[in-house]
Design a protein around this ligand. Structure first.
Ligand code: ATP
Ligand code: MG
Length: 295
């Protein structure tokens, strides 16, 4: 491993792998083959990927084998709740994908309705560190049953009274007759590093990567809106443009009752917004994606 190349840990396959690779590609990185199945080499930046199980990523970054990593906050904070070894890791950037929530849930018609009902009960989870800390902070002493997977079947099998598990749509809970009653953590994919990582050329590569990733994330959430507005309705229409402070207003050739409005909107643009704009008098409304951004 050459000294001057940045080592970035990403998940080998799974929910974080897809979003992570897509982000890196949109940030302009092109990858060739690495020297083995564990490595991939960027062809146009001094950067190497290490392809790992997501659970191993905090360990590789904390130990210095990797400079940076892409991991779920759930995995990072669980590692930190379990061991001081991970205290030196920090979140550099929230990446806006792989969103999920760590929730406490219990059988729908059972006696566990809230956190206070967990006193003296058993909670099955793959996140014993976060679950124990959450309950302790609320003065609840419960037995933590650690499971690697299929946590949602624990109550039915009589192994636990409740579970603490990741939820995205809630379909798995529903299918197992469970209902969530408390949120322990809101999680998304994040870029992490050691607080006192390598300086010099590697830090410069990292700074470029972070700046580009910020641009990719910002542009994914940002849209460019073009429309024609009756001059008299301009204040109403400006007020309806989501997350835009200073739209450009330009003349429309041969018309003095209509102006063209161009705006960068830093929030999602819903159909409802377009309907309101139209009702306010806007016409020829176009919403365009923005490919790249740099402030
Ligand atoms: P690995 O083989 O790398 O250990 P895994 O099975 O642990 O993979 P995935 O299921 O790919 O991992 O999930 C990776 C991450 O995706 C999770 O840690 C979490 O941050 C995020 N995630 C988003 N939605 C969900 C969900 N519904 N269930 C589980 N994880 C989710
Ligand atoms: Mg895993």
């Amino acid at each position: 491993m050459s000294e001057a190349r940045l080592n970035l840990a990403v998940q080998k396959s799974g929910r974080l792998a897809e979003g992570g690779m897509s982000l890196l590609k949109r940030a302009g990185l092109r990858f060739g083959y690495g020297r083995d199945a564990l490595h991939r080499r960027a062809e146009n930046m001094p950067l190497d990927l290490l392809l790992l199980r997501d659970d191993d990523i905090p360990s590789f970054v904390a130990g210095g084998a990797c400079d940076y990593g892409i991991v779920g906050e759930n995995v990072l904070y669980e590692a930190q709740a379990r061991s001081e070894r991970y205290g030196g890791l920090e979140v550099v950037l929230r990446l806006g994908f792989a969103g999920c929530t760590l929730k406490l849930a219990a059988p729908k018609d059972g006696s566990v309705r809230g956190v206070e009902d967990l006193e003296g009960r058993a909670v099955a989870t793959s996140y014993p560190g976060l679950t124990r800390r959450y309950l302790e902070e609320r003065g609840i002493i419960a037995e933590i049953v650690e499971m690697r997977g299929s946590v949602e079947v624990a109550p039915r099998l009589g192994i636990a009274d409740a579970i603490c598990d990741l939820v995205s749509t809630g379909a798995t809970l529903e299918a197992n007759g469970l209902a969530a009653f408390e949120t322990v953590l809101e999680s998304e994919a994040v870029l992490i590093r050691r607080r006192n990582g390598r300086n010099g050329p590697v830090a410069e590569v990292a700074a470029t990567l972070i700046q580009r990733a910020e641009g990719v994330i910002a542009s994914a959430q940002t849209k460019y809106i073009l429309l024609n507005a009756p001059t008299a309705k301009l204040p109403d229409i400006k007020a309806l443009l989501p997350g835009s402070d200073a739209p450009t207003v330009a003349a429309v050739a041969g018309r003095d009752d209509v102006v063209a409005v161009h705006a960068v909107c830093r929030e999602q643009v819903f159909w409802e917004t377009l309907e309101k704009l139209k009702a306010a008098g806007a016409r020829a409304i176009l919403v365009l994606p923005i490919e790249k951004m740099m402030a």
